[in-house]
Write a protein that binds this ligand. Sequence first.
Ligand code: GLU
Length: 411
Amino acid sequence: MSDPYQNAMKQIDKIAKIINLDPDIKERLSEPDRVLTVAIPVKMDNGKIKVFTGFRSQYNNARGPYKGGIRYHQNVSLSEVKALSAWMTWKCSVAGIPYGGGKGGIIVNPKELSIGELERLSRGYIRAIWQFIGSDVDVPAPDVNTTSQIMAWMVDEYAKLTGKLDLAVITAKPLEIGGSQGRTEATGQGGVYVLEALAKEFKLKPSATKIAVQGFGNVGYYFALLAQKAGFKIVALSDSRGGIYSEKGFDVETVKKYKKETGKIQDFKGAKNITNDELLELPVTILVPAALESVITKDNAPKIKTKLIIEMANGPITPEADVILHDKKVLFVPDVLSNSGGVTVSYFEWVQNRMGYYWTKEEVFNKLKPIMVNAFKEGLTAARKYNIDMRMGVYSLAVQKVADAMKLKGI
Ligand code: GLU
């Protein structure tokens, strides 16, 4: 299994050569500014205390407060959280929003907790890190397996600890308590704006464009749903237990209903069951990994049959696989660009909280669309100019902006 933080640093090594990065800046970017490891004691329903381990990595704040989600997963590790915090830094830079990058995580399988245990764990995490976050310091949000309900508990716990309500300390809250219109589907919607720009660029007719989406969480589900609504054909879907394939294409809402009823998406009527690995190797027009990192590696990259990939997960392609895919002339739109719709609408939420004035969903998406489309065009132009893959094209712009900010402030 490749090490996520090492992968994030390999990417910096590569980009440093392309943009001629100041060696002092590169050295400074080798470690996050601050990494917290905390013990979170939780009273379980059986009356016993169980200690969970949590992390928060604050990678860089040259462009603004640290920003990034909190992940609940049994495989969370310090290396993963550190890598994700670096990727958030580039993501906020690509989107042009005034933040640095951070990320948090707890080693837990939330599906094994009761709702009460989940609430106590989430409040406990904030009790452990509250002195290191704040709307001008570090602004958490959801990530894999964390929801707007969890954000609600967290913002409430923070208010109890500080004695005042600071809504902008956490984003992707429920609408009732200062959330933004459109935040729930923002990551998926942002990805679909990128998909449409990509289709336009490569002259693809939506109804003839077959898409395979890996992952059916908040990101994968909304991406598939909104892509289908935009006229594209979703021929493969999967969740963590496995996938389904249908040449005819799926009605995503019906699959969602089926998953709600049965707890799975496999054995869906009229579809063929496939594994998550098989999904990645399908001969589709566009492949969309929207689950976890490092799913396309040097081992399966040679077997990838698509020519276009939109990364909706964070870090789904390893650096070794990047090289193989680029050689095979596969174009991949990098995560920090294609899934930046979520954090961009988080930024809109933060702005609205600070103004105390709220926008309609239409206003939110009218502001999001040009950001996504411009970032796509700029990234593609940079990649073509230097004859590099699109990740490097996008990173060359993103890292340069962070480096410029660091230089102005002094390292
Ligand atoms: N977890 C999301 C991401 O990886 C959103 C982060 C945020 O809204 O701060 O981009």
